[in-house]
Design a protein around this ligand. Structure first.
Ligand code: KIV
Ligand code: ZN
Length: 516
């Protein structure tokens, strides 16, 4: 039997994933996720869209500086200034890729770009040549390829390959394709484009019809050798193909695929948890591979079968995708070195001794309240600690909440706002409502609360609660997170974190908005 060929995994959690409303990440968060993706052994990490804002530029630069084993990629519209920004941001990378794109569907060319097909073709070729000034590794995407005319698509792809694109990515931008047809599209392109053998064919599928993984796999069956995907299927609107689904489908059904990835599948669940805790997007319990129920057997008959012979109802092993029994890793007697070693094993590195000391102090505080500390606790604690580090204008000083049967709950809060301590007191329909109202008395954020959710980080009533608060103001959505063994404190922290994000001035370009 011949060795399976390599299927490249291009992770776009930090770019398309970040385009999910409310999922924006700061530089440190992106670096943490990038390190986890490197450990997962993805081939390419799309770290962001450097032209979007100075913050996005710096985040791509920081990821480029710390990743050694994966290629770091920056997205650029087919515009000189975007490509130059991407080239500059990636200058420190061990292996850099520029991913440039322009729309090729009639509706996008006419209505969004207001450009003729000939101009689009010219600009695509020009962009690829310009990107080659910075790196040999250039990827081109004809945006909305799923709704583009096949003859024009062939012309554009042939021309960009001749101009030096080493990867051509076929995006189903609006999630309109269905598997049989999308597979045929990839086959036809590979057959009709004369220089197709000089580029890797890639696919980038959105999940608007719930078909992103199926479409990606159909493309792989028809010769695509790169799949663009995200952890937990995060991404614009209904998201992108989920990395964990694509990787595990190909690995589990090797009888149907003549290729495989280099992914270390045991890192899938830790990576999924990290992305969920940083973005505040919970994973639904019945989500394939990474959902809490993915390997849980409720019905007695299933449990009986699994106990007798695992394969009766399980097609993958939980431990192969990184589900481990909750392990007690540290306790209140653990010292600084043990804490530092565990952080290292989890891929968490602090940039200074002060940050490590602050995290260790929080760990000790937590260990006083909760005597068994699990990996998930440490992840939540570090996410929570990094919230304080980002120059937040509002900080929680103290919170007292009274809640009693038959009485209206009352919250009394002290915040430090731009260094000044201010007190707020409010009644509410419940203790969380009272807490948020007390914060609002001080902050007056003028936002609408869109989501409030609490998740237990581990099991047991002494578990930390991880709270996500989503606020909206004038169409802008932000997510705030907070973790604590006291869920009212976790809630206050999450609300304050969201308010801090709302207060930050924010000018950021969307890559797929028209700007030519
Ligand atoms: O969905 C899409 O078309 C994209 C491109 C930028 C590749 O995200
Ligand atoms: Zn996309």
């Amino acid at each position: 039997m011949s060795k399976p060929s390599h299927l490249f995994i291009f992770d776009t959690t930090l770019r398309d994933g970040e385009q999910s409303p409310g999922a924006s990440m700061n530089k440190d968060e992106k670096v943490r996720i990038a390190k986890a993706l490197e450990k997962l052994r993805v081939d390419v990490i799309e770290a962001g869209f450097p032209a979007a804002s100075p913050g996005d530029f710096q985040a791509v630069q920081a990821v480029a500086a710390c990743i050694r084993d994966s290629t770091v990629c920056g997205l650029a519209r087919a515009l000189d200034r975007d490509i130059d920004r991407a080239g500059e941001a990636l200058a420190g990378a061990n292996a850099a890729r520029i991913h440039t794109f322009i729309a090729t569907s009639p509706i996008h060319m006419e209505r969004k770009l207001r450009m003729t097909p000939e101009r689009v073709l010219e600009q695509a070729v020009h962009a690829v040549k310009r990107a080659r000034r910075y790196t040999d590794d250039v990827e081109f995407s004809p945006e909305d390829a799923g709704r583009s005319e096949i003859d024009f698509l062939c012309r554009v792809l042939e021309a960009v390959i001749a101009a030096g694109a080493r990867t051509v990515n076929i995006p189903d931008t609006v999630g309109y394709s269905v598997p049989y047809q999308f597979g045929e599209l990839i086959r036809t392109l590979r057959e009709r484009i004369p220089n197709a053998d000089q580029a890797v064919f890639s696919v980038h599928c959105h999940n608007d019809l719930g078909l992103a993984t199926a479409n990606s796999l159909a493309a792989v069956r028809n010769g695509a050798r790169q799949v663009e995907c995200t952890i937990n299927g995060l991404g614009e609107r209904a998201g992108n193909a989920a990395l964990e689904e694509v990787v595990m489908a190909v690995r589990t059904r090797q009888d149907h695929f003549d290729c495989d990835t280099r992914i270390d599948t045991t890192q899938i669940v830790p990576c999924s948890r990290l992305v969920s805790s940083i973005t505040g997007f919970p994973v639904q319990p019945n989500k394939a591979v990474v959902g809490a129920n993915a390997f849980a057997h409720e019905a007695g008959i299933h449990q009986d079968g699994v106990l007798k012979h695992r394969e009766t109802y399980e097609i993958m092993r939980a431990q192969d995708v990184g589900w481990a029994e909750n392990r007690m890793v540290l306790g209140k007697h653990s010292g600084r070195n043990a804490f530092r070693n565990r952080l290292q094993e989890l891929g968490i590195v602090f940039s200074s001794e002060e940050e490590l000391n602050a995290a260790f102090a929080r760990f000790k505080e937590l260990a006083d309240k909760k005597h068994e500390i699990f990996d998930e606790d440490i992840q939540a604690l570090v996410t929570d600690a990094s919230l304080d580090a980002t120059n937040e204008r509002i900080k929680l000083v103290s919170l007292r909440v009274c809640s009693e049967t038959g009485e209206t709950p009352q919250a009394h809060i002290v915040l430090s706002f731009d260094g000044e301590e201010i007190t707020g007191t409010a009644l509410g329909s419940g203790p969380v409502d009272a807490t948020f109202k007390a914060i609002e008395q001080i902050v007056r954020s003028q936002t609408i609360l869109r989501l409030y959710s609490v998740n237990a980080v581990t099991q047991g009533t002494d578990a930390q609660g991880e709270v996500t608060v989503r606020l909206e103001k004038g169409g802008r959505i932000v997510n705030g997170q907070g973790a604590d063994t006291d869920i009212l404190i976790a809630s206050a922290k999450a609300y304050i974190n969201a308010c801090n994000k709302i207060l930050q001035t924010h000018r950021r370009a969307h890559p797929q908005a028209a700007d030519v």
